[in-house]
Structures are given as structure tokens and as C-alpha cells.
Design a protein around this ligand. Structure first.
Ligand code: ZN
Length: 589
């Protein structure tokens, strides 16, 4: 496969194993996926590469297909040579106990050549295809996987020709003819989707394994899901998009995932190496990584959490399934199990279900505007940190965006959408959000997400918030004595009847939400605060700051200005209560 350095992996395998074990232990301990035989839900495949040079016999419960790595084009360009054929036979014997398991021979890999010469010559190509058929029959295989890395490219030190792309198509045609419709034919492709004419050859293929890893080296992550400052030239989501664009239909697209880390640590196999590193999670790229004291990425890796998110991505995009390089040993068990449990058993991602006592997981999207005023951006940054940490214990998916999605389908993937000082501004995003809320979506809005004046021009927002326009505010930000309006509500019942909240800017609206029969006011600024403010003074008026409009699954909180909002345990409890209620209990109304 792409840029695999066998020497590096073996020499430093224990370091890597340590890193993976250590990191996965931090997030989740992985669920057992070995209760009986797995039947693929919705036909998802899990393709595991099993190498000729490892010893472990794979657990057939955690995948649907094994790609045995590798076979090669033989020296006379007309047949197949197999590495460690005896191990291949042992792997195939797993099918005896597990009848649904499919085993394929993967031919090629990084640095494996002679494809170009073989495919260019019709007689050699047809002989090679016939020999593939012989190998399939001799070994009792289910098909062939071609890992030509890459047609028209000599970067792996193999021969190439400008005609490789066309000849690759002919090779697929001849392999399909030789294998017949009963056997499987797949290929592995570079993340960008280049070098292959998919429209010409896709009909011959059962699916395409996209090698969405090794896409960068430290200080970049080699397999980031989404682009960010730590992603390389290509990301996993970008690789999927590139293949779809190149003509691979989603039902023939199998998304590759690495079960290994890649970075500087791999080269210095000293136990001390790990002492100076910090594990981090990248909220944009959705992957874990290790940094040195300077904060530079030294190792990009996967844990159960990132793999669960990638598997959810596969489900969300209705892809055929997932592939991983490589099966590994007992150190990768939690990683393999998380893939199997989501793609094969149809379970919600189990991370970190162990903490959450098996309670149903939910998905939360946090939207913030990085270009808002400084005091709002500062709150948003702290809020992301606060809710991200909460995700460890609450067992939910934590996603972030810097813009409100303009698609109802995107919003509907989430049980709760949290808007931190931002609101949908474009017509499309507003319509998507309205539809999402009308269809039972969940919303939590902080501070600026409820700011509404004559420039907002969104009548539905008043209907949704259950109040009139912004009227006035205190300035500068100040702490405030607040009073609980409804002590029996799940959001407020664990709070004191009165308490002081950290410094903030509070908006008063007119008419007050309390005037709306659908609104339940949960918390208000105490009238004892009047006159409230120094530069901008609020002297009177009903001043609700946390409420819900019962027509929707929502809570608006007025807090959200400045860098002190998360300094108070009582207010933090309020935030947690709101989040929990909207995401979980609020759904059952
Ligand atoms: Zn503000």
C-alpha cells in the first residue's frame, strides 16, 4: 500500500503499539464484537488487510473480507507470485469456521512493480488474468484485489508508462472475464483518485478501496478526516469526494482507515520519547495526535473515537464500507472492534459508552463564528473546550462548524445544534434551520445567537425565540444576581434559587419572552440589580435570560460574552443541564 515502510513498522512497532494502546485507553476500552457471527448490516463491508509477514491469525468476526498482502506480478510478467503462501492457506482456513468470511489476494503494494509491462501486452495480461483465476481456485479464494501503486507513476521505484491508465482498464476487463461474475475484483487507489479512468473500468470492479492514509508526514496528520491546519495535501473526506467526482459511485466506494500512527516518533524507538509528548484532539480534523513541548505535531494516529467518527462518515455518505491497513495484533483490538461494531453490527459509535453506562449516544453540532467580536470569539473558544470535555463523559459525537449548514440533511444528522454567538444569515441556511426546528430538531443558543434587531430581517426568529427585538443591555460586562423562575424544571432543579453568575453582557428583549404563553422562563436577572450597568444602564423591566419556547426543542441562554463565563461551577452546571435536557430529555416531550 501507499508509502508503507516495512522496516520502520517492524523496528518501531512496539512504540506504535504503546502509543495506540495508551491513547485508546484514554478514550474508551472498545466493545467486544465477538458475540457470534456478524451479519453485515445494509451490506456494509469491512475489508482488513492481513500481511504475509505478521503471525497473528485474524479474528474473522471483525471483518467481512480479508485482503491478504501481498501477491506480485511474477518475473516473467505473466502470472502471480505469492508471499508466504503457507500463511495464505492458514488464513483461508478461517473460512471453515466462519462461512461468510471472504478472503482475497491483494496483488501489488508499495514498490511492487511489473504491472506496467504486464498490462501493456495483451498475451501477458490475459495470462496473468488466467493465473489469478488459477490462484483463486487453488487457494479457495473469493477474489483478487489489485494494488498497483500507481499506474503512470514510478514514485515507488517501479516501471511505468503513459499508457498505464488505459492498460489498467484493459487489465480490469481481462481479470473480470477470467474471474467470472461469481468472484470479487477490487482495487486500491491513491487518495486523490488519480491515475485510473473510473468511468471506463468501474463496471468491472466490485468496489474500490481508497487509501485515505499516508497523506502527509509530521508535522501534519497523515489521515485527517477534514481539512485544518494539521491536515496534509489531502484528507479522508477529500479523498471520498475526489473518488465520487472521478466516477466511483458511493456503493462501490470503500473508505480506507489506518490502524497505525505516522510521525517522528516512529523513528526514535526510545521509551523516553513518549515522555515529552501530549495527546491532543483536533476538533476540525477529527483525529488525535501527539505534540512535543513546542506544540508541534510529532505523530498523527487514530483512536476508537476518530475511527468511530470515520465509520459514521461512511454511514452518513452511504458508502459501501470501510477498509483498514492493517489488521495488526492484540494492540489494535479496540480499534478493529469499533469499526466492526459500527459498520457491521449497526451500533452507535460506542465511544465512550463505557463511561456513559450504555446510555444512548447522541450527536451535537457546535457552530461558531471565528470572525465575530473578540469577546464573543473568546466565549466561543471556551465553550468549545467546555463541551468538548463534556463529550468524554456524556458519550456524544462532538462536531464543530464555522458556518450554519445550508442543508436540512446536514442538520438532521444532529440531535442538538448549539449556536455560539452566531445565527444563520443566508436565506438557504435560515430555511434549513427553520425546517430542522419544525421537524423536532434541538437547539441551544448562547448570547449573540438571539440578537435580533431591525437589521436581522427574519420574522420567524421572533416567533422561534418567543420574544420581541433586542431592546437594551448593560455595559460593561458585570456579574449579576439571578433568580430561578421555575425550580421544578430539569434545567434548574439542581440550582440554587438565587445565585451570582460571572460577568457578562445581558440583552433585554421587548416584548419580554414572558409575555408569550408558549415560553417557559427558567432564569431571570434579579430586579435587585437595578440600576444595572455603568455606561449602558438598564434601570427597569422584566429581564429573563434563560428560557425555552415549548413549541420547539430549544433553550436560549443570554450568557456568552467574554472570558469569565466558565469560571463559576453553578453556571457550568446550568450549561450542562441545558445541554443534557435539550439533547436527551427534551426529545421525549
Ligand atoms: Zn456580547
Amino acid at each position: 500500500m501507499n508509502r508503507r515502510n516495512k522496516g520502520w513498522r517492524i523496528a518501531s512497532g512496539w512504540v506504535l503499539a504503546m502509543v495506540l494502546t495508551w491513547c485508546t485507553a484514554l478514550t474508551a476500552t472498545g466493545q467486544s464484537a465477538t458475540d457470534g457471527q456478524i451479519t453485515a448490516t445494509d451490506g456494509h463491508v469491512v475489508v482488513a488487510y492481513v500481511t504475509s509477514w505478521t503471525q497473528t491469525l485474524p479474528d474473522p468476526n471483525v471483518m467481512t473480507h480479508i485482503n491478504y498482502a501481498f501477491g506480485h506480478v511474477n518475473d516473467s510478467f505473466d502470472g502471480v507470485r505469492i508471499d508466504n503462501a503457507e500463511r495464505l492457506r492458514r488464513v483461508v482456513r478461517l473460512k471453515k469456521q466462519h462461512s461468510s468470511l471472504k478472503v482475497m489476494l491483494s496483488i501489488g503494494g508499495w514498490g511492487s512493480g511489473r504491472f506496467s509491462e504486464m498490462a501493456a501486452d495483451e498475451a501477458r495480461r490475459k495470462a496473468f488474468a488466467q493465473d489469478c483465476r488459477r490462484v483463486v481456485d487453488d487457494f479457495g479464494l473469493d477474489g483478487i484485489d489489485i494494488d498497483w501503486e500507481y499506474p503512470t507513476q514510478s514514485s515507488a521505484g517501479i516501471s511505468s508508462s503513459p499508457n498505464d491508465t488505459r492498460n489498467f482498464t484493459l487489465l480490469m476487463r481481462d481479470l473480470r472475464e477470467a474471474l467470472g461474475d461469481e468472484r470479487l475484483l477490487t482495487c486500491a487507489t491513491v487518495a486523490s483518485g488519480a491515475y485510473i479512468d473510473f468511468p471506463a473500468c468501474i463496471d468491472y470492479l466490485d468496489w474500490v478501496n481508497v487509501m485515505a492514509y499516508d497523506m502527509a508526514g509530521a508535522p501534519k496528520h497523515h489521515s485527517a478526516l477534514y481539512p485544518s491546519d494539521i491536515s496534509g495535501w489531502m484528507t479522508t473526506s477529500g479523498a471520498v469526494a475526489a473518488h465520487l467526482k472521478a466516477g466511483v459511485p458511493p456503493e462501490k466506494l470503500v473508505m480506507g482507515m489506518p490502524l497505525y500512527g505516522r510521525g517522528l516518533l516512529g523513528y526514535c524507538a526510545e521509551p523516553d520519547t513518549l515522555r515529552g509528548v501530549t495527546e491532543r484532539w483536533h476538533a476540525q480534523s477529527m483525529v488525535p495526535y501527539l505534540t512535543n513541548d513546542e506544540g508541534t505535531l510529532v505523530m498523527g494516529f487514530e483512536n476508537t473515537r476518530s475511527l468511530a467518527i470515520k465509520c459514521q462518515y461512511i454511514l452518513d455518505h452511504r458508502l459501501r464500507g470501510g477498509m483498514y491497513w492493517e489488521y495488526g495484533d492484540e494492540h489494535q483490538k479496540a480499534l478493529r472492534d469499533v469499526v466492526a461494531s459500527i459498520l457491521l453490527q449497526g451500533e452507535a459509535a460506542p465511544y465512550p459508552a463505557d463511561y456513559a453506562g450504555g446510555r444512548k449516544r447522541f450527536r451535537a453540532l457546535f457552530i461558531y463564528d471565528p470572525y465575530a467580536e473578540t469577546a464573543h470569539v473568546e466565549f466561543d473558544r471556551q465553550a468549545l473546550h467546555f463541551f468538548h470535555k463534556l463529550s468524554y463523559g456524556e458519550g456524544f459525537t462532538y462536531d464543530t462548524r464555522t458556518e450554519c449548514p445550508a442543508s436540512l440533511d446536514t442538520l438532521r444528522q444532529y440531535d442538538v445544534v448549539v449556536m455560539l454567538n452566531t445565527l444563520p444569515s443566508g436565506a438557504e441556511a435560515r430555511r434549513a434551520f427553520e425546517d430542522y426546528m419544525k421537524q423536532g430538531g434541538g437547539w441551544i443558543g448562547f448570547h449573540g445567537s438571539g440578537y435580533n434587531d431591525k437589521h436581522t430581517r427574519w420574522p420567524w426568529l421572533n416567533e422561534f425565540l418567543g420574544c420581541g427585538m433586542f431592546l437594551c443591555n448593560n455595559w460593561p460586562p458585570q456579574p449579576a444576581l439571578v433568580e430561578v423562575d421555575k425550580t421544578s424544571h430539569p434545567v434548574t432543579r439542581t440550582l440554587p434559587a438565587q445565585f451570582i453568575v460571572p460577568a457578562s453582557e445581558f440583552y433585554q428583549f421587548s416584548p419580554s419572552p414572558r409575555a408569550n404563553a408558549d415560553v417557559e422562563v427558567l432564569l431571570s436577572i434579579s430586579p435587585k440589580m437595578y440600576p444595572f450597568g455603568i455606561k449602558d444602564i438598564v434601570s427597569y423591566g422584566d429581564f429573563p435570560i434563560v428560557w425555552t419556547n415549548r413549541k420547539y426543542r430549544m433553550v436560549y441562554l443570554n450568557m456568552g460574552h467574554g472570558d469569565e463565563e466558565f469560571t463559576d461551577a453553578t453556571q457550568n452546571l446550568l450549561f450542562t443541564n441545558v445541554f443534557r435536557w435539550v439533547a436527551l430529555e427534551g426529545k421525549e416531550r
